[in-house]
Each structure stands twice: as C-alpha cells, then as structure tokens.
Design a protein around this ligand. Structure first.
Ligand code: ADP
Ligand code: MG
Length: 397
C-alpha cells in the first residue's frame, strides 16, 4: 500500500485502527507522517486518536455498520487495544487486510490461552512462564489447598480484560484465594505463583507479511501498583546474557505465531541459580506497548513506524537506538498537588532540562492511575540521562 497514493476512484491510501487511545494516536501520527490518511473506530467522541485522525467512526467496536465503514475506507487495519473483540477483527479481515490477525489477538486476550501457548507448542529459547493453575470452576478452586507452595502465595488474575494490574488480587492462603475469586466475580482466572522478581523487561518485535522480523533490545521496566512507571532503555540496563535470551524468545514467539505487526513480550527476571537471575515470560501484547514509547525519541524508527510499515507491507527498517533513554509515565496524579488540589505541572521547568521530550495524549480529565502522557529523556550518555530523569521526576512528584 503506497503511502500518499490515490486509487482509480479517487480514494486516498488510508490505514485504520480499532481503538482510540494513546497508542492509536501515536499510530495515527506515524501513519500521517508517511502520507497516509487514517481512520479510527472508537465510541468515545473525545479520544486521543479520534481527535487527530482524518476519519473518526464513532461506533462500538463490534458495530457492524461501523466496521463495514472502516473496512470500506481502509487498505489495511490494525488494533491498538487488545481487548477489542477478536470477532471484530475477524469480520474486518473478510474484506480488508488486518494485522495482527484475530486468532493471535484472541490468544493474547485470554491468559489461559496465552499461558497454554507459552507452555505447549512453543520453544521460547528455554524461557518458561510462571507456575500456574486455571480456575474456572469451584472444583478447580477447592483443589488448591494451603500446601500448594508451588502456587501460593500467588496472584489471581482474571483470564480476560485485565490491564495495568486491574483484575488481579494477591493471595497468601487458600481462604484468601476463595475470597479473591468471589471478589473477581468467579470468572475464569489463572492463579500464578508469586515470583521473587529482580527486574522486569519487555521486548518489541515487528514482523511483516513476508515473515521478515526486526526487534529492539529489551527495555527494563519498573511498575508501581501494577502500572508501568519507568522504562530504562540503554546499554547495560540488564545483564547481556538475559537480554539476548529475551530478545531471541520474543522473536521466536512472533515467528511461531505467524504474527504480523508489532508484538510486545513482557518478561520477569526472577531470583535463581544464576546471580543475574532467570528469565520467565509473563505476557504478550499484540500491539505497540507503553514500554516502547522511548523509541519515538531515542531510535531511528519508532514502534509506531514499524507498526505502519508492517501492516502496509513496506520494508521493515532495522531499528537502531541513537541515544540512551529513560521514559517516565505521566499518570493523572501529576496533575494534583499533595493536598489533592488540581494543578498544572510546571512544564516550563521540565522542558528546561536537557533532552526532555514531552508527549501528552490530549485527555481532558486527569484521574489517578490514568495515563495522560509520558516524558522521554535522552542524552549523550547514561549518567546524564539518569541525572536528568531524577530531576524531572522531582519536578513532577
Ligand atoms: P497486566 O495485564 O495488568 O500488565 P501483568 O500480568 O503484567 O498484568 O501484571 C502486572 C504486574 O504485576 C507485573 O508487571 C508485575 O510487576 C506484577 N506481577 C504479575 N505477575 C506476577 C508474578 N507471578 N510474580 C510477581 N509479580 C507479578
Ligand atoms: Mg503486564
């Protein structure tokens, strides 16, 4: 699909996205920079992506008329939100190339299917997932007693619709587990052993229709209350042997899935025999990822550029990071002072620091835990980036 082209009927080359959040917004920006027209399907009238797109189809994700309009407008369609109904992608795929496909999005949407995939058919360079049990029935719940130290203490996670630590309860005993399952509505869940984490990291892979795959070096992620807070992206951010294994595992996963588009694979580094720890695969996201936002400012191509290239069948450039970077997420809390009073962050002071790149997503209302934007700090060396990140965090704290 050639950027900037117009077909015989006068229709401009248009790329579409299901979902109107910040990931969709940054996708739209990347597509438009290449000269594509864009279309966003999103029910919210004031969404980050809908506000900046040429076309905004304002319907539910599963609305047949909205989906038909999207497919009619677009030469290729992607998603920015893994909880978009996989069925919608399947419907679109009848008339329009869709990447990633409904089947793989379906796997990523369901922790039970995802974990089965991590465990069974795949050799992820010897990287396993955490010990877990599926809990879909009272009998499966009752089968787990206090002696199960392979599962307890653990984290009970809903199989579907979880994100940013939502739909998760930490449990120490079988009684707490039973209470937690009730609290989560007795829906399908997985109980996962609580692992002694030394660190967390993620890997971004892009794969094209022709099977060509490229990847970024792993970034190290710090979560607070289940939400990504900081991403460290520079040489030496993690032990090189683990970094290589994580990257290989993510690329093999994309290959095995026959994935097209950008895939993010999250890993834990857990205490183990090796002093650097062992690698455990956590979950995957069938789209660009918050932990890859630094690629916008620190790399020759961003994860959103690669998403556009992959879906449109353009060659995939080899990603190269030109600057060390730290990304700070800007959650709604930043817009409130210590007394809970609404305030505007001091952007003048933040932007006076060297190498700061501000990205705000156009969300009007700041709420606790809501991702409002992010700040990437780049610089000539890791030490100066760390210093600036500390100062920026101090100004935003
Ligand atoms: P989400 O879909 O909300 O990102 P995750 O499964 O990635 O869900 O969990 C969110 C965070 O909770 C992880 O990044 C990690 O910090 C913590 N966590 C999740 N599972 C485990 C585990 N088995 N052991 C220890 N910490 C965990
Ligand atoms: Mg996660």
């Amino acid at each position: 699909i050639f950027p900037g082209s117009t077909d015989a009927a006068g229709q401009r080359a248009t790329l579409g996205v299901l979902g109107g959040g910040q990931l969709g917004r940054m996708f739209v920006h990347a597509a438009q920079r290449l000269g594509y027209f864009t279309a966003v399907l999103e029910p919210d009238a004031q969404s980050p992506a809908g506000l900046v797109s040429h076309h905004h189809i304002q319907t539910r994700y599963d609305d047949p008329a909205g989906l038909a309009q999207l497919a009619q407008l677009c030469q290729a369609i992607t998603t920015e939100f893994e909880n978009v109904p996989a069925q919608a992608l399947q419907t679109l795929a009848l008339t329009c190339p869709v990447a990633p496909g409904a089947a793989v999005v379906g796997i990523a949407q369901d922790r039970i299917e995802e974990k089965a995939h991590f465990t069974a058919g795949s050799d992820l360079s010897g990287v396993a997932c955490a010990p877990y049990a599926v809990i879909e029935t009272p009998a499966q719940l009752q089968a787990i007693q206090n002696d199960r130290d392979d599962l307890l203490p653990g984290i009970l996670k809903t199989a579907r619709m979880g994100y940013d630590g939502k739909g998760q309860v930490r449990v120490k005993t079988a009684a707490e587990l039973a209470a937690a399952w009730a609290e989560l509505g007795s829906v399908a869940c997985v109980l996962e052993k609580m692992l002694p984490l030394m660190a967390e990291c993620s890997v971004l892979v892009a794969r094209g229709w022709d099977g060509q795959a490229v990847s970024y070096a792993p970034q190290r992620n710090v979560h607070v209350d289940g939400i990504l807070a900081v991403t460290h992206a520079y040489e030496g951010n993690m032990p090189p042997t683990l970094a290589t294994r994580a990257r290989n595992a993510a690329v093999s996963l994309a290959q095995q899935l026959g994935y097209v588009g950008v895939l993010c694979v999250e890993f834990f580094v857990v205490e183990g025999d090796d002093e650097h720890g062992d690698l455990v695969v956590n979950e995957m996201a069938p789209r660009p990822h918050n932990s890859g936002h630094y690629t916008l400012d620190a790399c020759n191509v961003s994860q959103f550029d690669l998403q556009v290239h992959a879906m449109a069948g353009l060659p995939l450039p080899l990603p190269r990071q030109h600057s060390p970077a730290i990304m700070l997420n800007l959650l709604g809390e930043v817009w409130f002072d210590g007394n809970g009073q609404r305030r505007e962050p001091d952007w003048h002071a933040v932007l006076s620091l060297p190498g700061t790149h501000l990205h705000l997503y156009g969300k009007a209302e700041a709420r606790a835990g809501r991702k409002m934007g992010h700040l990437t700090i780049t610089g000539p060396d890791v030490a100066s980036v760390k210093t600036t990140a500390r100062r920026a965090a101090g100004l935003l704290g």
